[in-house]
Design a protein around this ligand. Structure first.
Ligand code: HEM
Length: 129
């Protein structure tokens, strides 16, 4: 139980760091600031997101809960893919500041939905029973 709670704390901590760093990078991206090209700014988010995913998979294994049986877990995995794709448009691929801002705002919205799915154990996120 103690191990489970520690991994959960790592998972939630990595999720918090991920969204905090994303918001800062989104600001830099929309303003077109060069700091975004620094090596640490490009690598640290990957380390945090890998930790987030690894801890999530660890929790899943310890709970013996699988995405095929638990729709809220499947929703989180799909949500994570959408968050990553939108994030890449927001930080890298978006061709204008307005597009990067829109993709960033959508990514933050998807992140909030993923947290809702985690809290409510429902694919309907915050609206789940
Ligand atoms: C951006 C992506 C993610 C975010 C923001 C996120 C967020 C969270 C949060 C806030 C919790 C704690 C919920 C609570 O207080 O009860 C949690 C728990 C959990 N997450 Fe994630 N998560 C993400 C991705 C994932 C992924 C990809 C997986 C599976 C591979 C996963 C599996 C789990 C599991 C199994 C729990 C434990 C639920 C429980 O103990 O009741 N998460 N997540």
């Amino acid at each position: 139980m103690q191990l489970y709670l520690s991994i959960k704390a790592i998972h939630v901590g990595a999720a918090s760091l991920s969204i905090a760093l994303f918001c800062v990078r989104l600001y830099w991206s929309v303003r077109g600031m060069a700091v975004l090209q620094q090596r640490w700014v490009r690598t640290v988010p990957h380390v945090i997101d890998t930790l987030l995913l690894a801890a999530g998979i660890g929790l899943m294994l310890m709970l013996r809960a699988w995405p095929q049986q638990q729709p809220w877990l499947a929703a989180k995995l799909v949500g994570l893919l959408i968050y990553i794709a939108l994030g890449s448009v927001a930080i890298k691929r978006g061709t204008t500041p307005a597009r990067r801002l829109l993709a960033g705002a959508l990514a933050i919205g998807v992140f909030a939905l993923i947290v809702g799915a985690a809290r409510m154990h429902s694919p309907w996120s915050w609206w789940g029973a």
